[in-house]
Design a protein around this ligand. Structure first.
Ligand SMILES: Nc1ncnc2c1ncn2[C@@H]1O[C@H](COP(=O)(O)OP(=O)(O)OP(=O)(O)O)[C@@H](O)[C@H]1O
Ligand SMILES: [Mg+2]
Length: 157
């Protein structure tokens, strides 16, 4: 949590410099999903990921992109019920060096009126039942990391 605060401060101060290079997004997705496989299994949650046949190479910073995916999957694991599902879908853009990554889960979702705020630092879902340890930083960090690489975050409706 303290590390998150430090990371966000560095991102806001633009001290984090992304090193973007052609990166096999499929391999990163594969690694990240495998990393969470055991934890998901223990929670009784299915992980499902779909990557286009022709594996997209995107222009991105590997470490930052991994952190973005980590944060989204951890959030999904935090909110999905036993027997539920987390899905990750990669869509390649026509302009080859870009792709969209979509993470969805079978949890109860986020109220419409809260959606505009969840990527703000320190915003926590008002129904959040988590006891401490959650600062409301993971999505703010993910958003800034995506933006630093010239990408955009899109809230799914
Ligand atoms: N997959 C999800 N389903 C439902 N609510 C979510 C999901 N992901 C995020 N949220 C809600 O959005 C808010 C912001 O999420 P964020 O991850 O930034 O903070 P957090 O989980 O409260 O804290 P932490 O910094 O420890 O991740 C939280 O209140 C969280 O409950
Ligand atoms: Mg979180």
């Amino acid at each position: 949590m303290v590390e998150d605060l430090f990371d966000l401060a560095q991102l806001e101060a633009r001290e984090t410099r992304p090193v973007c290079e052609p990166m096999a997004l499929a391999e990163l997705v594969q690694d990240v999903m495998q990393k969470f496989q055991l934890r998901a299994q223990q929670a009784g949650v299915a992980l499902d990921w779909q990557i286009p046949e022709s594996s997209p190479f995107v222009n991105a910073d590997f470490a930052l992109t991994e952190r973005v995916l980590d944060n989204l999957i951890v959030n999904a694991l935090d909110h999905v019920e036993e027997g539920g599902k987390i899905a990750l879908q990669v869509t390649q853009h026509a302009s080859a060096s870009e792709a969209t990554v979509k993470v969805t889960d079978s949890g109860k979702g986020i109220a419409e009126d809260e959606l505009p705020h969840i990527f703000e630092p320190f915003y926590r879902n008002r129904q959040s039942t988590h006891e401490g340890g959650h600062a409301g930083l993971a999505l703010a960090i993910a958003r800034r990391m995506v933006e630093l690489q010239g990408g955009a975050y899109i809230r799914c409706q």
